[in-house]
Design a protein around this ligand. Sequence first.
Ligand SMILES: CC(C)(COP(=O)(O)OP(=O)(O)OC[C@H]1O[C@@H](n2cnc3c(N)ncnc32)[C@H](O)[C@@H]1OP(=O)(O)O)[C@@H](O)C(=O)NCCC(=O)NCCS
Length: 173
Amino acid sequence: MVPMTKAAQTENAQPQIHIKTFDELTTRELHAIYVTRGLVFTVGQKITDQEVDDTDLVCFHLFTQNKEGKVTAYLRMYDLGKYADESHEITPGAWTIGRVAVLDEARGTGLGRRIVAEAIEWIRDNTDAERIEISAQQYLENSLYGKAGFVTEGEPYIEAGIEHVHMNLVLER
Ligand SMILES: CC(C)(COP(=O)(O)OP(=O)(O)OC[C@H]1O[C@@H](n2cnc3c(N)ncnc32)[C@H](O)[C@@H]1OP(=O)(O)O)[C@@H](O)C(=O)NCCC(=O)NCCS
């Protein structure tokens, strides 16, 4: 077998996943996160609901960046036992994941699946949450979220003009 060159190894290397509180983010990282969320949700999905919100302040922000510092994949996660938002009431024992976004140019390579798996593992290992509850866009019910172990509860509903389903994953330790 021909050994891989250093360049090929770097090319194939998985981008590092960063997990930070709001206050740990640099201003450049925060800017790059908001650019990507704007591109994915406001420009890409035409969602006109408020994008940047106060929930950002209490979230852990999980993201990858490319060489230029662009955020290629992103999600935020937080404790639903402490904080509610537009999609969730206070729910003791549960955390949630939201704003799951992969930049157009980085899609279709497993990055979305990787960040969701990383978030599940991080919540399991770093909190005492019993489960993760999400408001998921329905087109991902059987792929991204279903394959990660989330189970649908109840009927689909419209949120931000898009079909959503409530999904739940019980954490096993
Ligand atoms: C959804 C999103 C994060 C997926 O990112 P990605 O890196 O392309 O995803 P992956 O390559 O890891 O694929 C993971 C799974 O999602 C599925 N998926 C990705 N895009 C899809 C689409 N448009 N329709 C249906 N399934 C899709 C893949 O097929 C794969 O499932 P499979 O294993 O059954 O094939 C990305 O397309 C995105 O940012 N979309 C717009 C924002 C959005 O919808 N966010 C989710 C909010 S709940």
